[in-house]
Design a protein around this ligand. Structure first.
Ligand SMILES: [Zn+2]
Length: 174
């Protein structure tokens, strides 16, 4: 799981599975840090992985949201040439906000990454969570959704096929 990036500036994403259908998604880059609360009302890790996977097709923008009960944490991924711009907006009430434009939300995270770095980092985070808990443990903590094997396999295939990435890949991950 070594990642060859400069330690201070390196982008990191960690998926921390808690109990009873909650998780925390920790993002760090340089001095920028945010920890997102995520409930199982959406299949959040699957949406994150599939959201990046969508950028390998003709889609320039993909969107999905985490339900932080009651906040909506809306992710917008924009592909620009070889980079991905990541913006996360916070809305106070998910019961009404999915109809609101991005500009009504508060930006709580913004970063830009080469697509290979972003995809690799998310794949690593998914792999770490399944290595730690196993598919059975994942399901018992996340309750409503199984570990997203299909989206992870799809993203890994796209990443290995279309990105130039020198980092190691553990192909034994489910
Ligand atoms: Zn890679």
């Amino acid at each position: 799981m070594s990642v060859e990036q400069a330690p201070e500036a390196a982008f990191q994403l960690k998926w921390e599975l808690r109990d009873h259908g909650w998780a925390r998604c920790h993002l760090t880059e340089g001095s920028q840090k945010v920890s997102l609360s995520v409930s199982y009302c959406t299949d959040a890790l699957a949406d994150l992985v599939a959201g990046i996977g969508g950028l390998y097709s003709q889609q320039h923008t993909t969107r999905f949201f985490f339900d932080a009960e009651p906040q909506e944490l809306r992710w917008v991924l924009r592909a620009t040439d070889e980079s991905v711009e990541v913006t996360i907006y916070k809305f106070t009430d998910v019961a009404v906000s999915p109809d609101l434009p991005d500009s009504d939300g508060t930006v709580i995270w913004r970063s830009t990454h080469p697509r290979p770095v972003f995809a690799h980092t998310v794949l690593d985070a998914a792999q770490q969570v399944v290595t730690e808990h196993g598919e059975t443990g994942y399901r018992s903590k996340w309750v409503l959704h199984p570990f997203p094997v299909g989206p992870v396999q799809d993203l890994r295939r796209l990443h290995l096929r279309d990105d130039v990435c020198e980092l190691p890949h553990d192909l034994s991950c489910p």
